[in-house]
Design a protein. Structure first.
Length: 165
């Protein structure tokens, strides 16, 4: 399962839900089906049938089969929204899902080990990998000029980066 969003809470009195998308662009959330919800964060996914999804502010509102009133909708507050990996489109050449980069080793073009990718972040100008080596954390821009090679099979990202920075 791949987490693509989160239920923020109820919307109105007829069982609609407010949903935050974790996809980029956010509208992609509306294309992926079926949705699976995990109310407790323990991996106990329940497939649900989404009846309608509409843009709303910075997120979406949706109606789900079997959720007919505000109390039923409130019970899903905080639930994660996921889809099976197989429904996601394959990335284009030189594109990667963030989840595939987390945990990869990061080395410089000179062979210096910098640590492992802990997470990624969108900085506005570009994405950055957060690389941790023990107590040291580095933010390295994930752009072609810096990230020279990504080898998912070997589990490594080679970067043109000063290890002292």
């Amino acid at each position: 399962m791949v987490v693509v969003g989160r239920i923020e809470g109820p919307y109105g009195v007829r069982g609609w839900l407010r949903v935050r998308s974790y996809t980029d662009p956010p509208e992609n959330l509306t294309d992926y089906r079926p949705w699976h919800l995990d109310r407790n964060g323990d991996g106990s996914w329940r497939e649900v049938r989404v009846e309608q999804v509409r843009p709303h502010g910075e997120g979406f509102r949706c109606s789900i089969d079997g959720v007919a009133d505000r109390d039923a909708a409130a019970a899903w507050r905080g639930a994660l929204v996921a889809v099976q990996e197989s429904v996601l489109p394959a990335p284009e050449a030189d594109e990667y899902y963030w989840r595939d980069l987390i945990g990869l080793a990061v080395t410089t073009v000179a062979g210096t080990d910098l640590g492992r990718v802990e997470t990624l972040m969108a900085t506005g100008a570009n994405d950055a990998v957060v690389v941790r080596d023990g107590d040291r954390e580095r933010l390295i821009p994930f752009i072609a000029q810096v990230a020279r090679e990504v080898d998912l099979e070997r589990g490594v990202i080679v970067v043109d980066w000063d290890p002292d920075f």
